[in-house]
Design a protein around this ligand. Structure first.
Ligand SMILES: [Zn+2]
Length: 201
């Protein structure tokens, strides 16, 4: 787990500096037909890079760290814990277009439980990167499963991909649903259907 933190450090060391990143935005502004020297656009590269820092903050977060603080006393609780309707704001890796949706995350605790906000933080750490919805779903499920040493985890994501709604095929209503199960969720169809029913409520 600490090797993720090492990887993050290395990534930060190799990162181009802010001025270079802003210069790249200026180039793009010219390319789309704008004049980057126009008054209204003078600070745009700065603002875009600042926004990018937020959109893509996940590359510099270790999701396992978010799950380090746990409570050991599960008090005999042995059913699934579900966090529903965690909003997702991600970007697709093919077009860097927004992916907007919701995630539902569940796990069956083994020896430890976490504060519920931590599940949302794991979602945040992976969604604030360039993603495919399939990989995002798997990464959240695997991290909750391994990070909490849970009996199993389940993740369901429903999202709109702007690369489909505002360009290309332009299907405004199309949503994409993905599910991924680990541990006892994987083995039990009963548990899977209970999860899928509970998140519909
Ligand atoms: Zn796309």
């Amino acid at each position: 787990m600490s090797n993720i933190t090492d990887l993050i450090k290395k990534k930060l060391e190799k990162r181009v500096n802010r001025a270079e990143a802003e210069e790249a935005i200026k180039t793009l502004l010219g390319w789309i037909g704008e004049n980057p020297k126009r008054e209204g656009l003078l600070d745009t590269p700065k603002r875009v890079i600042k926004a990018f820092e937020e959109y893509f903050s996940g590359y510099f977060i270790d999701p396992y760290k978010e799950l380090e603080k746990t409570f050991g006393d599960v008090q005999g609780y042995d059913d699934m814990v579900i966090q529903k309707n965690i909003s997702i704001f991600s970007h697709c890796e093919h077009h860097m277009a927004p992916i907007i949706g919701v995630a539902h995350v569940a796990y069956v605790p083994h020896k430890k439980i976490v504060g519920l906000s931590k599940l949302a933080r794991v979602v945040e750490a992976y969604s604030r990167r360039l993603q495919t919805q399939e990989r995002l779903t798997i990464e959240i499920a695997e991290t909750v499963f391994k990070g909490l040493e849970a009996h199993g985890s389940a993740v369901s994501i429903d999202a709109i991909h702007h690369c489909m709604t505002s360009r290309g095929i332009k299907k405004h209503e199309a949503t994409t649903a993905t599910n991924f199960f680990t541990g006892i969720f994987k083995e039990s169809h009963n548990l899977q259907s209970r999860f899928l029913n509970l998140i519909k409520k």
